[in-house]
Design a protein around this ligand. Structure first.
Ligand code: 5GP
Length: 187
């Protein structure tokens, strides 16, 4: 039997990477999913962390070859999850934790109905704008597109199995942690 996937979605800047990173550092039952993307690395990002950075030609070739289990175009860039990561996690008996957009979450949930999906919400769109600007030192790529997408993404939050509001990181993490524990224990 395959170990259920854990799908985590949120508008960009809602803090899902920090929540996933902390859970990954605390639970040895989890394994991180590393997607491929055509966007350029941000400051502090390197090849393989948090993405494999490729150009559009390479991405489309991999897609043609059936390398991705799901892919989506988000904020003008391509993102895709390699299929082998699911198989590797299952072979190791671990839960793959996947930080993907709402379209990818929908495709994966349809393919693997026993997956668990968690939506991370920012307290408000104004707060999200502030966080993006702080994170990117006032130079967020496609800020307005990201905020418009955030509104669309928030409208499908109720289709997820769980919703966590990231108002305060420690409080949100404690809620997130309980959900992860429940999934790991198969409750
Ligand atoms: P960012 O560029 O800010 O890291 O991510 C932008 C969006 O792409 C986020 O919503 C993130 O969850 C999503 N994303 C990252 N990797 C994947 C992937 O492999 N597939 C899909 N569908 N979305 C992804």
């Amino acid at each position: 039997m395959s170990t259920p996937l854990i799908i985590v979605s949120a508008p960009s800047g809602a803090g899902k990477s920090s929540l996933c990173d902390r859970a990954l550092s605390e639970f040895s039952e989890l394994v991180d999913s590393v997607s491929f993307t055509t966007r350029k690395p941000r400051e502090g990002e390197v090849e393989g962390k948090p993405y494999h950075f490729v150009d559009e030609e390479k991405f489309l070739k991999l897609k043609e070859e059936g390398f991705f289990v799901e892919w989506a175009k988000v904020h003008e860039f391509h993102y895709g999850t390699p299929s082998h990561q699911l198989e590797d996690a299952w072979r190791a008996g671990k839960h793959l934790i996947m930080d993907i957009d709402v379209k990818g979450a929908g495709s994966l949930k349809a393919l693997y109905p026993d997956s668990h999906s968690i939506f991370i919400k920012p307290p408000s769109l104004e707060e999200l704008r502030e966080r993006l600007l702080v994170r990117d030192h006032g130079k967020t790529q496609n800020l307005e597109i990201r905020l418009q997408n955030a509104e669309k993404e928030l409208s499908v939050a109720n289709q997820f199995d769980y919703e966590v509001i990231n108002d305060d990181f420690d409080r949100a993490y404690s809620e997130f942690r309980k959900i992860i524990e429940k999934i790991i224990k198969g409750m």
